[in-house]
Design a protein around this ligand. Sequence first.
Ligand SMILES: [Zn+2]
Length: 250
Amino acid sequence: MRPHTARALQKARRHGTEALRAAATKETQRVARDEDTEDDSQSASLNLPEVPLAAMNLPPLRGSHESLVRQNERAEADGLLRVKDEEDLATLRHEGKLVALPELASMHVDSRLPANRRYCRAWTGHFLTDLARVHYERFHKPLQINSAVRTIQYQRHLLHINGNAAPAEGDVASPHLTGEAVDIAKKGLTPSEVAWMRAYLLPLQTAGKIDVEEEFQQSCFHISVYKSYVTSRPQETPSRKPALLASGVN
Ligand SMILES: [Zn+2]
């Protein structure tokens, strides 16, 4: 064997080992995350950190005055107006500006939520579909949505019966009024699911795609999702479109 051929062979072996090591590292990370890499590119789970999630033990993602102001500012930047009343709500649904909450095996809606408020913005729906899918893959149980879009009319009623409810107007009005926000129930979640949720949501909040407030009185994750969430998300394939609720919902 000529010397330069031997060198080339040695080099190839060395590279082969490096490639193997890289593959092994990738596999270890995949197992650590306990999720399927098959279609990772299709999911917001790309934002998940490469460490076992339950071990992170993040503190609650608490709300604040600043967060509420920001949620209102971001909704305005997304070009959204607050939904006035039932008629306004019907118009927005008819125009397709509000879409039905995704109906999935991995996510259900609180049966007490009236049919005409089971709607949200399209990008909020995409976020919910992504979250429900990776949560289900990890824990094999569904999440529950407690609240989605609300009207100013309803928020005023809510304020009347619950003094702690967010205002219906002003710079700290309830983010539910634009249809960008949803509440996901904490009831029924194990401590490791709560830890997982925080680890899933925090990177998205840091990236400015969402804002999260953990509510303790109603025990939920309140999440405002912004239009920019979909721009960071790969092209939609037909099979991944959230299934709409049966027609006849009004
Ligand atoms: Zn909320």
